[in-house]
Ligand binder design. Structure first.
Ligand code: GLA
Ligand code: GLA
Length: 665
């Protein structure tokens, strides 16, 4: 596959044709090599059923090709045209309250509807055939940001039918479903699969957590199958073109690990300024880094950014303007975490529609301004680096287990209103990020043995195989961390009441869970060697059955009982954290975990200066990123030379990026 450095998302249909050659020329001059197009343009290309008019798109592709620019095409299934909706209004999705979401924006489609599938089959088949032999069309994107649909799952009759089929396949008999869902509670038993409904609200009260969990799993499977349906048509017609998808960081509506299996490589949509973020100096450097690391981990390989922020963001309300240097810094943070190609969204701020204020490289008037100048300087400078560095990724010895199933279950029962699965993951990720320790994410299915440290927060649903897998990671010399609410439930969201899993958990952690306290509207305190730290949200009240105590609670009736423990197991250890930690405490826990594992920081830097590294067979590339709007000082490790050969005196200006290289022997 040919490699690309920089690109842009382009909508030629929004502009007069006379402008297209100038756009293409300006793109080439600035360093753009690849363009994504067509993902919302169904109505233009098929104005009436079966009448395809790809002539304008052909022409735009030709014009771009004449400047040496290649193209990725998106299938437009996130925006079916009005003539389809008028004929088949039933394909509009239904929200949780049973109300239709109507035409007038985008995502007005249901992904299970068989009639809609036929419309998609017709369009995508014609589209794929038409471009199969076009050498300038190098890849496809199916739909757009799958999972970002109408802010909700779909609850229509078609989805209900599919949900019933999914349940029938999973449970085979209704008796098994009744048992798995605990329907004896509140008289919820079903006589057959046909009587199970999608969980519309308002229900009279809280939803059965087992039903809610299966519905989330079903929806994820449906979205992945919706992708597979289109990907199959595209692959058949054009086997030599790649398929990628623009993912949205930590979004979990479709399980990205599963969706990733269908992709040649993953792509990310990276908007570090947040959608409508009020404070340009608010620090999100850790969260932005975490989402990039997650997207790399979807396939454990380098990835693309299919939409990288290119200006001020906003729809009806706008965010703050990116500060000088910030757009380039954000793009290079993507590169530092493993992005090979950066495609900026969008080429030119749109004069029409909902996204008039989601700004492009060029302003509304098409005349280059600050964003263009900053980004073309960035492309000129770093295109050679991106060309040379294609493929290598950061080398992580620490992994965080992000299990989508756990996230679903915790979303259904967050326990504390301010705690979520992702916020708990971020407690650990942020501490590692502050320490400049590279991190991979892993799924339940991944092999953990490549890592020295495995952090598996809130592993709420636990089966025997998972508990054994974690135990053998520690026994074989790994440093494992587990936290509160681990091993509490089974796969269908029923509480364990004893038996095999709790027994393995006690052996693993060396602690017994006696009670717990949910810290509503209050904070707690943890004492470690005379040092005091605060803790939040939750406290497990523990009894020891083999572990040693590292830290104790310093508050409430459980003052003096274990809060953080360590259990030696075979050649390794299991740390157990009974609470949510403040930053100082999580920094200390990270040292406690990584020290014995021999994992050390890439570099010590002041807060807000991120060090990240990509490692090829013969070189290490060290990135220093000043994520803050103030000058900072830092050193570099021995043996590294500035990649651009410009002298480095340790000063990083606001939003500065510096890259250093070391040849490996
Ligand atoms: C997402 C979508 C784009 C665009 C941008 C800005 O990333 O993929 O189509 O809507 O958001 O809103
Ligand atoms: C009420 C109801 C019980 C139970 C409790 C706790 O008291 O009568 O059935 O639901 O609340 O929720």
């Amino acid at each position: 596959m040919k490699s690309y450095t920089f690109g842009t998302d382009y909508y030629p249909e929004h502009w007069p044709k006379e402008r297209w050659p100038e756009d293409a020329r300006m793109m080439r001059e600035m360093g753009i090599e690849i363009v994504r197009m067509a993902e919302f343009s169904w109505q233009k290309f098929e104005p009436r059923e079966g009448e395809f008019h790809f002539e304008d798109l052909d022409e735009a592709i030709e014009i771009l090709a004449s400047e040496g620019i290649d193209v990725i095409l998106g299938t437009p299934s996130a925006a079916p045209p009005k003539w389809i909706i008028d004929r088949n209004p039933e394909i509009q999705p239904m929200d949780q309250n049973g109300l239709r979401r109507y035409f007038g924006s985008r995502h007005h489609d249901c992904q299970s509807n068989p009639v809609y599938r036929e419309h998609i089959r017709r369009y995508v088949t014609a589209f794929a055939k038409h471009y199969a032999k076009n050498p300038h069309v190098v890849g496809w994107q199916v739909d757009n940001e799958l999972g970002n649909s109408h802010n909700d799952l779909c609850y229509c009759d078609s989805c209900q039918n599919r949900f019933r089929l999914w349940l029938r396949e999973k449970y085979e008999t209704i008796e098994r479903l009744n048992e798995a869902w605990g329907t004896a509670f509140w008289s919820q038993g079903y006589d057959d699969f046909e009587s199970v409904s999608v969980p519309k609200t308002p229900a009279a009260g809280g939803l059965n957590p087992s039903l809610a969990l299966d519905f989330k799993r079903f929806t994820s499977d449906l979205i992945c199958e919706f992708h597979a349906f289109q990907a199959e048509i595209l692959r058949k017609a054009a086997p030599d073109k790649f398929i990628t998808h623009n993912l949205m960081g930590f979004c979990s509506k479709p399980n990205y690990y599963e969706l990733g299996k269908q992709l040649d490589f993953a792509s990310q949509d990276q908007y570090p300024g947040g959608h409508f973020l009020a404070d340009p100096n608010a620090y999100h450097g850790d969260r932005n880094a975490a989402e990039l690391d997650f997207i790399r981990s979807v396939k454990h390989q380098s990835f693309w950014v299919m939409e990288q922020q290119s200006g001020i963001t906003g729809w009806e309300i706008l965010g703050r303007a990116p500060r000088p240097g910030q757009l380039g810094l954000w793009a290079m943070q993507s590169v530092a975490h493993g992005a090979d190609t950066i495609v900026f969204f969008r080429w030119r701020s749109c004069a029409m529609g909902t996204e008039q204020y989601w700004h492009g490289i060029l302003p509304h008037n098409g005349v280059p301004g600050r964003y263009y100048r900053e980004l073309s300087a960035l492309m000129r400078k770093y295109a050679p680096l991106l060309q040379e560095m294609h493929g290598p990724v950061p080398k992580a010895e620490v992994a965080i287990l992000r299990s989508i199933d756990q996230e679903y279950a915790i979303d259904i029962q967050p326990h504390h209103p301010d705690n979520s699965y992702i916020s708990e993951i971020m407690t650990y990720y942020s501490a590692l990020h502050r320490a400049n320790i590279p991190v991979d994410f892993v799924s339940d299915e991944d092999d953990f043995s490549a890592y020295k440290v495995l952090i598996a927060p809130k592993h709420f649903l636990m089966n025997e195989a998972q508990a054994e897998k974690l135990k053998s990671f520690a026994e074989n010399g790994g440093q494992l961390l587990l936290s509160w609410r681990s091993g509490i439930k089974d796969d269908t969201n029923l509480c364990h009441t004893g038996g095999v899993v709790p027994a393995i958990m006690e052996k693993l952690t060396g602690v017994k869970l006696l009670e717990y306290d949910c810290l509503r509207d209050t904070e707690g305190c943890v004492e470690w060697d005379g040092e005091q730290y605060s803790c939040l949200h939750w406290c497990d009240i523990l009894d020891l059955c083999g572990a040693e105590v590292l830290a104790e609670y310093g508050h409430e009736f459980y003052k003096g009982t274990p809060a953080i423990t360590r259990n030696t197991l075979g050649k390794g250890n299991c740390l157990y954290i009974g609470t949510t930690m403040d930053d100082r405490l999580s920094d200390r826990v990270v040292r406690e975990l990584c020290g014995p594992a021999g994992v050390s920081p890439l570099l010590e830097t002041p807060f807000g200066v991120e060090a990240a590294m990509r490692v090829s067979d013969n070189k290490e590339y060290l990135f220093l990123l000043n994520l803050l709007g103030e000058e900072q000082k830092t050193g570099i490790p021995a043996g590294f030379e500035p990649w651009d050969r410009e002298a480095f005196d340790g000063t990083l200006s606001p939003y500065d990026v510096r890259v250093f290289v070391k040849e490996l022997q």
